[in-house]
Structure formats: structure tokens, C-alpha cells
Ligand binder design. Structure first.
Ligand SMILES: [Zn+2]
Length: 299
């Protein structure tokens, strides 16, 4: 009798402890530099992780200026997910706030690098292009690295991380197959991309496109008259069917370029480095949205 009363007391204590934990406070704290990486982490983390992004949805990530509260977010994180290379260099100075036992993962480490010696962006030219997630194969690598990091800091929930990652990786395989089927609608000679910035080399390599140029060869800056004239010549010579501009930049340059080069189709809202409005508010949705816009404009 006394024994079961004591046992009941333990149960009551556990129930009380659980009731006290706020719903949002359960799970380990994970901070990602971008909303795209945060989405991948949420898919793997499920209810076992609280995931936050530093750069907000819709941000031009390369130009993001960390806010004072970002240092606090980093300090409270058990896992810190960084893309690496020219995308989120601003996270380097935030990393000194990381707890000594926090796990910092640079998701692009050791992946094959494109862009070295061939981009107008000096950082990309020297270190490689950071936009790996546009090849679904590398998004899968990110997911595997996120899964391994979560398991390392929270082994008690390893089964959940493993099974959610497995289910999501299967969805990424479906996405990759779907993109390859969609792209078949575009005749080979029309698979050409002109975008705002150098975000698509991994996409182009994986899915068979040629990159012709960028409206903003230096991220965030309008091109000079000379740069624009050179791009107009390239667009004409390559018979580029459409000009793409990205959601986070003004479409003015793309429109001027299209007008000067005689290109009729301008798409002004490709979503690139951050999640956007629905249906581009998840990685899967972003990829499907962009691929549909690209296919519809070029086919
Ligand atoms: Zn970018």
C-alpha cells in the first residue's frame, strides 16, 4: 500500500514536470542561418527540436545583417547549422557566442565545388558557390548531416530523427525525379538561365541547364551600363528565351535587360536563398515553385 502511494507520488511529479514545460520549450534548440536550412532541420527534428532561422523568410541571405538577438539565439542553441562559403559569412562572428558543448555543422563542408574561377563574384570565384540545395542530391546530404548532428547531441531521440530523416529523404528522391520529368518539357536548346545572382550552378549541372549570366554580377548591386550591355549581347547571342529575376531584388534590371535584348518573357519572382510565400514556404514547395516557373517560361 505504502509502496503504491509512493509510486503514485512519482507519477504525479513527472506529470507536473511535463505540464510545466511549455510546448515550444520541449526539444533541443537548433539554430540555422537560413529558413531553407531551418525547414530541413524541422523535417528531421519533428517534435524533438525547436528550430529557428537567423535570416528571416524572404531575406537576401548574403546581405543579411545579424540582429542583436541573433547572438542570444546562437548562445542558447545545442545545434548550429551553417551553410558555409559565401552565403552566410556573417555567421562567423556569431559563432563565438556558441556554448562550448554546442555542435556547429557547416553543411557544405567537403562537397564538390562549382564556380571556382568562373564567377564574377570574388568570394565564389575563390572559394566555390554556396547554393548546393538547388541540386536535390546535396539537399539530401544536408539532411543526413542534420540528422547525424541531432542524434549526436540528443541520442535519446535517435529513433525519431532516423525515421523522420528516412521518410523525408524518400520525399527528396521523389522531388528529384519530378524535376527531371518536368525539365524534359523544355527543348534542349532552350535550357538557359539568366538570373539575378549566381544561385543556380548546381541546379544547372544536375538538371542540364546552361547559365548565361546574372543581372547583378556583384550581389546586391545594379550592373554598370557596360556590364548590362555585355549581358544584352550574350542574351541575344544565346537566344535566351526568358529572363529570371529573384523575389528579393527589384525586377528593374531584368526588365531593362529583356527589353534591350528583345526577350518577351520576364519572370520576376524566383525564390532562391530564403523561403517565400506559400507554396514556396518549404524547401519542397520552393523547388517545385521555381521549377514550374522555369519550365513554363522556357518550354
Ligand atoms: Zn545566394
Amino acid at each position: 500500500m505504502g509502496r503504491s502511494v509512493a509510486a503514485l507520488g512519482v507519477v504525479a511529479l513527472v506529470v507536473a514536470a511535463c505540464a510545466q514545460a511549455p510546448a515550444a520549450g520541449s526539444g533541443i534548440t537548433v539554430v540555422a542561418t537560413t529558413t531553407i536550412i531551418a525547414d530541413l532541420a524541422k523535417q528531421v527534428g519533428g517534435p524533438d527540436a525547436n528550430v529557428e532561422s537567423l535570416a528571416p523568410a524572404g531575406a537576401a541571405v548574403e546581405d543579411y545583417q545579424p540582429a542583436p538577438e541573433d547572438a542570444k539565439k546562437v548562445a542558447s542553441a545545442k545545434v548550429i547549422l551553417i551553410n558555409g562559403l559565401a552565403l552566410d559569412r556573417w555567421s562567423e562572428k556569431l559563432r563565438k557566442n556558441a556554448a562550448p558543448d554546442a555542435k556547429v555543422v557547416i553543411l557544405s563542408d567537403d562537397l564538390p565545388r562549382l564556380g571556382i574561377g568562373e564567377s564574377d563574384d570574388e568570394d565564389i570565384n575563390k572559394n566555390g558557390n554556396p547554393h548546393y540545395w538547388f541540386d536535390v542530391k546535396y539537399a539530401k546530404t544536408y539532411v543526413e548531416r542534420i540528422r547525424d548532428a541531432l542524434i549526436a547531441v540528443d541520442p535519446a531521440h535517435a529513433d525519431g530523427y532516423t525515421s523522420r530523416a528516412m521518410a523525408y529523404l524518400a520525399m527528396l528522391d521523389d522531388l528529384d525525379r519530378e524535376i527531371r520529368v518536368q525539365v524534359q518539357q523544355i527543348p534542349q536548346e532552350r535550357r538557359k538561365l539568366v538570373t539575378s545572382h549566381d544561385a543556380f550552378p548546381y541546379f544547372a549541372k544536375a538538371y542540364g541547364f546552361k547559365i548565361v549570366g546574372f543581372a547583378e554580377p556583384e550581389g546586391g548591386k545594379e550592373p554598370s551600363a557596360g556590364e548590362l550591355a555585355k549581358l544584352v549581347d550574350k542574351v541575344k547571342a544565346e537566344r535566351v528565351p526568358a529572363i529570371f529575376s529573384e523575389a528579393q531584388v527589384s525586377p528593374n534590371v531584368a526588365q531593362a535587360l529583356a527589353k534591350d535584348a528583345g526577350v518577351k518573357t520576364v519572370v520576376t519572382d524566383l525564390v532562391t536563398d530564403s523561403l517565400g510565400d506559400p507554396p514556396a514556404d518549404s524547401y519542397l514547395g520552393l523547388m517545385r515553385t521555381d521549377v514550374k516557373k522555369i519550365v513554363d517560361a522556357l518550354k
